[in-house]
Design a protein around this ligand. Structure first.
Ligand SMILES: Cc1cc2nc3c(=O)[nH]c(=O)nc-3n(C[C@H](O)[C@H](O)[C@H](O)COP(=O)(O)O)c2cc1C
Length: 338
């Protein structure tokens, strides 16, 4: 049976998984401004997914709604039995696909043999892919990884991943060692895309894409089926649409909207200080940005940040439409073990 990835018209666009960013509110926010063909959740530990009681933070990460489909749940783990059981759970909860993270450089993840540590343990990586496929029972599996650990070893590492036959390879064009400090190696992504296609696997390229036009150009030049965008969505929720450049007022209005949706939905259940990572991206590039950014960062609550933006609009002589909280269009599926 064909899975959803095979129905997407290339080049398709994907919102990257980003911990503490791409929760249900952020995904809805982005989807209202421009529409990637696929969205990913934040990553979730297989161990935590299988715990007797799911912690609140994990339930938040699992929340999604119908209008986001197709949505892929990303997990990390190092034990095939836990991967199998997590895949069964992800399937039961109604996600459209699952992804195994094999690229995260966080020491807390690597310490358990998961994330990027799997690049140094290809046979375990293959066992995890096989276990996930068995648990998913036909639901598509993607693997998101990098081009090597200490050095580029694209052909050998990607060859090992492909031998276990995931449905989709998502490749961030940097090694574990490079973190995000150097430009992504798209030539290596092109090599991996050729290997993937020879193995009958779709390939999504990831790294340093900042517009739809650039993504379409890179997909053509480097032969990938789709393009994943992560940091390019910071300060630019229009990134998946053509001609995404916007004025300062439009950007600041979008920021006010993001703050409003976040605080309206999560209320006190999530710390609104996590919004601060967005402030700089929305104000960057305009003459008054350092001062405005300073004032926004000093705000002690979402309400104070909105007041700061309102005062700035007033000072500029721009109208400031009061942002409205729009609850998500359909009832959320709040994932539980039930
Ligand atoms: C704040 C942040 C959180 C991230 N969290 C995850 C994650 O949970 N899972 C994952 O596979 N990658 C994660 N990444 C990596 C991105 O998905 C992506 O691979 C990387 O940022 C390179 O793409 P970009 O240049 O489009 O940002 C994260 C990146 C950022 C900036």
């Amino acid at each position: 049976m064909r899975h959803f990835w095979q129905h997407l018209k290339p080049p398709f666009f994907v919102l990257a998984p980003m911990a503490d960013v791409t929760d249900v509110v952020f995904r809805h926010f982005v989807l209202r401004y421009s529409r990637p063909e696929v969205v990913y959740t934040e990553f979730m530990a297989t161990k935590a997914l299988l715990a007797r009681t799911i912690p609140a933070s994990l339930r938040q990460a699992l929340s999604f709604s119908e209008s986001e489909r197709p949505i892929v749940a990303q997990v990390f783990g190092a034990e095939p039995a836990e991967m199998f059981a997590s895949a069964q759970l992800i399937r039961r909860l109604g996600f459209d696909g699952m992804d195994i993270n094999m690229g995260c450089p966080d020491r807390r993840v690597e310490r358990h043999g998961a994330g990027a540590a799997l690049i140094r343990d290809p046979s375990r990586a293959q066992a995890l892919i096989q276990a996930a496929k068995a648990g998913l029972d036909g639901l598509p599996l993607s693997v998101k990884t990098r081009i090597g650990y200490h050095s580029m070893e694209t052909a050998a590492w990607i060859g090992a991943v492909l031998a276990a036959q995931p449905d989709v390879l998502v490749l961030h064009g940097r090694t574990r060692q490079e973190l995000s400090a150097v430009p992504a190696h798209w030539d290596e992504i092109a090599l991996a895309a050729r290997l993937a296609h020879d193995a009958g696997v779709l390939c999504v390229g990831n790294g340093d894409i900042h517009s739809r036009e650039q993504g379409e150009d890179y997909a053509r030049r480097f032969g990938v089926d789709g393009v994943m965008i992560g940091r390019g969505v910071f300060g630019n929720p229009w990134v998946f649409a053509p001609h995404a450049d916007r004025s300062e007022a439009e950007k600041l209005q979008a920021l006010a909207d993001l703050i409003t949706q976040f605080s309206g939905f999560w209320q006190t259940t999530k710390n609104d200080q996590s919004l601060k990572k967005h402030f700089k991206a929305y104000v960057a590039g305009f003459p008054s940005s350092p001062a405005l950014c300073g004032r926004l960062l000093a705000s002690r609550s979402a309400g104070e940040a909105i007041d700061t933006l309102a005062a700035y609009f007033h000072h500029q002589g721009w109208p400031f439409p009061e942002p409205v909280y729009r609850p998500t269009p359909e009832p959320l599926i709040h994932a539980t073990h039930a």
